[in-house]
Ligand binder design. Structure first.
Ligand code: MEV
Length: 320
C-alpha cells in the first residue's frame, strides 16, 4: 500500500489576475489531502465499488499515472474543505499522482506531477486554469506564477495552455519567505458556501469586457507585482495591509460576497490583514494574525468555519 499527501493552498495576491498576465502569490498551508492506493480485485473508492471510467477526474489521473487495467482500492482522506477556494482538487490530484505512480514503480519528478495535475484541473475548469494551485501543492512553501520569468526568484518550470481566450504561458517560481512572516498563524474562515472556480472564472471573463472592471483588474495586477518585493521584506503588517487592499479590488471585479465581506470585517480587528482567497463567490477568507483564537471566535460567531493553520514548507510527499 502506498500513501501520499499534499497541502492545500491559499492565494495571498493575484487570484483571477493570474489568468490575465499578472503574478499570483500563493502559499501552501497545513491542511492536507491524503490518498492511499492498494492492490485489489475490483475498483474500490473509500470502501465502495466504483468505475474509474465514469469518474472523470480520478479516471484521468489513474490512466495518466498508472493503468485502468488493474483494479485498485483507493482511500481518500482530506482535511481540506471542498469547493472552498483552498485547492482541494489540486492537492488530491498531485497526491494521487504520487501515490499511483509510486504504486506502479515509477518515480515522477515534482514538475511532472504538477504538470499532469494542471492538465486535469484545466479540463475541469473549461480550459481557464492557471498552474497556481497544482504548483503550490506539489512544491509546498511560497510559489509565484507569472506570465514571464522573474529573474530575482528561483525559476522551477514553464507551462503553456491553449484556453478559450487564446494561448497562455506561465512561469512557476519558488520564493523563500522570511520567518518573520512564515511563522505568523494563518487563519482561514470558510463561509460554508461552496463556490465553483469554473463559474467564477467565467463571470470574470465576461466582466473583463467592461473597462471599469478591467481597470480594477489592472490594479490587482500592480498590487500583486509590488507584493513580491514586500514579501521578501517579511513585515506582516505591510503584507496584511496589502492583502486588505487587494480584497477591496477583488470586490470591484465582482468576486466577493456579503458572507466573505462580513467575515473579513469580523477578523480585521484581530489581524494584520485579510482578504478572500481563491476564486471567491463563496469559499474562504484568509487572515494573517497573531491573535488566531480571537479570529476563530469571530468567524464562528458569524456562522463560518475557522481553520487555524500555518504556512507549510512541504509539498507533495510519500508517507509510507
Ligand atoms: C483559483 O484558486 C484561482 C483562480 O485564479 C483560477 C486559477 O488561477 O486557475 C481564480
Amino acid at each position: 500500500m502506498w500513501r501520499a499527501d499534499a497541502p492545500a493552498k491559499a492565494i495571498l495576491f493575484g487570484e483571477h489576475a493570474v489568468l490575465y498576465g499578472a503574478p499570483a502569490i500563493a502559499i501552501a498551508i497545513d491542511l492536507r489531502a491524503t490518498i492511499s492506493v492498494a492492490k485489489s480485485n475490483k475498483w474500490i473508492l473509500n470502501g465502495d465499488e466504483f468505475d474509474p471510467k465514469v469518474n472523470p477526474h480520478l479516471g484521468q489521473l489513474i490512466s495518466e499515472f498508472g493503468t485502468l487495467q488493474s483494479p485498485l482500492s483507493i482511500s481518500i482522506d482530506s482535511e481540506i474543505p471542498m469547493a472552498a477556494g483552498l485547492g482541494s482538487s489540486a492537492a488530491l490530484s498531485v497526491a494521487s499522482g504520487l501515490a499511483l505512480s509510486t504504486f506502479h514503480g515509477r518515480n515522477p519528478s515534482t514538475e511532472t506531477l504538477a504538470r499532469i495535475a494542471h492538465k486535469a484541473e484545466a479540463s475541469a475548469q473549461g480550459g481557464r486554469a492557471s498552474p497556481t494551485d497544482t504548483s503550490v501543492s506539489a512544491l509546498g512553501g511560497a510559489v509565484i506564477v507569472n506570465s514571464s520569468i522573474i529573474k530575482s526568484l528561483q525559476h522551477r518550470w514553464s507551462i503553456d495552455l491553449d484556453g478559450p481566450d487564446g494561448h497562455n504561458h506561465w512561469d512557476v517560481h519558488s520564493l523563500s519567505i522570511p520567518t518573520s512572516l512564515s511563522s505568523i498563524p494563518v487563519v482561514i474562515g470558510f463561509t460554508g458556501k461552496s463556490s465553483s472556480t469554473s463559474e467564477m472564472v467565467e463571470i470574470v471573463a465576461k466582466n473583463m469586457k467592461n473597462p471599469s472592471f478591467r481597470s480594477s483588474m489592472d490594479a490587482v495586477s500592480e498590487l500583486s507585482s509590488h507584493a513580491i518585493n514586500l514579501l521578501s521584506e517579511g513585515d506582516p503588517k505591510v503584507i496584511g495591509e496589502a492583502m486588505t487592499q487587494c480584497h477591496s479590488l477583488l470586490k470591484n471585479i465582482g468576486v466577493s460576497s456579503k458572507e466573505l465581506d462580513d467575515l473579513i470585517e469580523a477578523v480585521l480587528p484581530f489581524s494584520f490583514g485579510a482578504k478572500l482567497t481563491g476564486a471567491g463567490g463563496g469559499g474562504c477568507i484568509i487572515a494573517l494574525s497573531d491573535k488566531p483564537e480571537e479570529c476563530a471566535d469571530a468567524i464562528k460567531e458569524l456562522g463560518g468555519v475557522p481553520y487555524v493553520t500555518s504556512f507549510a514548507e512541504n509539498g507533495v510527499e510519500i508517507l509510507t
